[in-house]
Design a protein around this ligand. Sequence first.
Ligand code: 5AD
Ligand code: FES
Length: 353
Amino acid sequence: MIEAVNNKELIDKLESEHRLEMQEWITLLGTYTDEDRAYAADRARRVADSIYGKSIFIRGIVEFSNICKNNCYYCGIRAGNECLERYRLSEEEILECCRAGYKYGFRTFVLQSGEDLTYSCEDICRIVSKIKAEFPDCAVTLSIGEKSREEYAAYKEAGADRYLLRHETADEEHYGKLHPSEMSWKNRMRCLKDLKDLGFQTGCGIMVGSPYQTVQCIAEDMVFMGDFKPEMIGIGPFLPHKDTPFKDMPKGSYELTLFLLSLSRLMLPEVLLPATTALGTIYPRGREEGVLAGANVIMPNLSPTEVRKNYMLYDNKICTGDTSAECRGCIEARMERIGYKVEITRGDHISIN
Ligand code: 5AD
Ligand code: FES
């Protein structure tokens, strides 16, 4: 009883001061109740409405290559997974996805891939500049992993507006349990700092319930994100993939994911916060509930239907049998049912306008 009251006070404090101390995070994340979650969701939705209104931004994701040099233990397209067909879209195929997307009202294209070294820096820059030349009213977001500062600078120069690179965990030791030793937490942090420095609208984020994650880890994530002030935060539940070392690990908590969306909104009121595909996979109405808990972005798939089943980061990913047109219509209907409207704009972070 007493704890519930304290947690509401912590949620109020987060809303007014936009930060909590590490110990307060640990208390809140270790003792929250359903009532606390409902309270946070209500506060977070009000905050989002006061800034972005009843509008939801959409981004079209083009998964242009599932080839990856890395071996993250959680990820279905890890290099070591030999059970899937690898593919790469040509430049023209990528542009075709964007053309279809433009017709459906997308004004942000997210180019996502594994860390595929066959695309040189020049290749990526050329693709970005072609998209920007053909669609000058659109934003381009890259989500292609860890690169050098020079490469990030070149992408920016070519016209890329935003970059997504989840930090995965702010705890270096935890990072080591999710990734093989060739990958380093320090380099990931270096990448995020470079991206922000270079003027990208930068996104970081975590999987909720990733193996070995503790309350302390999530508290560290919240403190890190409060300090880093990303323009975007990607948060979805961990979901196991059958052909990865984490195949038998339990999936993350749907409820905790929603709670963390709400707390992220209260901590960084203007943040661009997607209700992720993983959230829609763990629960059929997950994306709607994510919006009602404070999210304001949805990122439907724009990839050709034929390749979607080969971009399975986790089992049972939704939309792999659907077309871009179907996803677009589906999202519009889902949002309208809960009183929100899909907006046809770039949907920049409010600090950009
Ligand atoms: N479950 C949930 N999310 C995952 N990602 C990768 N694999 C999984 C999984 N098994 C997330 C990671 C990555 C993003 C592109 O997808 O956080 O950064
Ligand atoms: Fe793809 Fe609903 S968003 S079918």
